[in-house]
Design a protein around this ligand. Structure first.
Ligand code: PLP
Length: 360
């Protein structure tokens, strides 16, 4: 067996310890004689799994009592619709568009009400985060929406927008649990877990209780109402049980690592290795404004598409895989999530140095 360094943006690298544990428990989970994949979601064993997962997530993020945690399906993309369907009481929401994911969420919201684009960085191919200290937030906005870390472009909000009292809704798919967050500053935090937490198929929603409507438009499917899932503690129907089990293991792993402050330090250290090299390189350049750089997704280019392709190919041959940039951007992108060890980043930087020397 040989594992590669996987720089994929998602589905992405998971901690090796977690995979090993899951492998050990595959045929017989804690004396049940079956795999977690095979057990009833109403069983005691699974109830313990989902209860512990929620509690560990609450501990990691310090989630206050008045926030519900839901493990849902449909990916982050389902939330693009579920949010406006449930939260647009006045039928108005403000969107800050800093990349493709925010743009998709914004256009989906337009189906359900008046979605206003109150800021955007599309004029410079989403290479920066706009100043959001004094935006024209709508008087009757039900919420203000951001994508906190832009997976494709590699930017991150270092300061949250001034929402002028409106609830902030944030897609944190690609920075989930990469550093501590002040949950109380948000109305809703959600993310698909396949970037930084677990296997595709689970999306986690953390929502302030008072935002969950008791009733919504009668046409909203029961499955797409937050109340359904909040009341049933994510067990209204069969949840993505195996995925939740792996997420739970990753939460345990994060706790054992020392929690999110420690992860933040590690992530800063890894990102600095790569960014410092990019800033000193004659061949490679980062593509976004320095102050808005993401700790998780690092896009870079040589400026020559053929050379980029050569780099991606040779890197893969050296065991550094999935470095091709998003199809809409080109170039390269290294996603260096929680589970990417620092050795992987060191190896990547060494490889880049050698490639630069050979192709100067
Ligand atoms: C990947 C991603 C999505 C889409 O996730 P799916 O689970 O595939 O729907 C949405 N937002 C962000 C920030 C992402 O990185």
């Amino acid at each position: 067996m040989s594992r590669v360094y996987n720089f994929s943006a998602g589905p992405a690298v998971l901690p090796e310890e977690v995979l090993r544990e899951a492998a050990e428990e595959m045929l017989d989970y804690k004396g049940t004689g079956m795999s977690v994949m095979e057990m009833s979601h109403r069983s005691k064993a699974f109830e313990d799994i989902i209860t512990a997962a929620e509690q560990d997530l609450r501990d990691l993020l310090n989630i206050p009592e008045n926030y519900k945690v839901m493990f849902l399906q449909g990916g982050a993309s389902m939330q693009f619709a579920m949010l406006p369907m449930n939260l647009m009481k006045n039928g108005v929401a403000d969107y800050i568009v800093t990349g493709q994911w925010a743009k998709k969420a914004y256009s989906e919201a337009q189906k359900y009400g008046k979605a206003n684009k109150i800021a955007s960085s599309e004029d410079q191919t989403f290479s920066y985060i706009p100043d959001c200290s004094d935006l024209p937030v709508s008087e009757d906005a039900d919420y203000v929406y951001i994508c906190e870390n832009n997976t494709i472009y590699g930017t991150k909000f270092k300061t949250l927008p001034n929402t002028k009292g409106k609830p902030l809704v944030a897609d944190v798919s690609s920075c989930f649990l990469s550093e501590p967050m002040d949950v109380e500053k948000y109305g809703v935090i959600y993310g698909g877990v396949q970037k930084n937490i677990g296997p595709a198929g689970v999306v986690i929603v953390i929502m302030r209780e008072d935002l969950i409507p008791d009733s919504v438009d009668a046409k909203v499917p029961t499955m797409l109402q937050y109340k359904t899932h909040a009341d049933a503690k994510s067990l209204y129907n069969t949840p993505p049980a195996y995925g939740i089990y792996i997420c739970g293991k990753v939460f345990q792993w994060l706790k054992n690592m020392g929690g999110l402050s420690v992860m933040k330090q590690r992530n800063e250290e890894k990102a600095a290795l790569l960014y410092d090299f990019l800033d000193s390189s004659q061949l490679f350049q980062g593509t976004v404004v320095k102050k808005d750089r993401s700790l998780m997704n690092v896009p870079f280019v040589t400026g020559d598409a053929d050379l980029d392709a050569k780099f991606v190919k040779e890197a893969a041959a050296a065991g550094l895989v999935n470095l091709k940039g998003h199809r809409t951007v080109g170039g390269m992108r290294a996603s260096i999530y929680n589970a990417m060890p620092i050795e992987g980043v060191k190896k990547l930087v060494e490889f880049m140095k050698t490639f630069e020397a050979e192709n100067a």
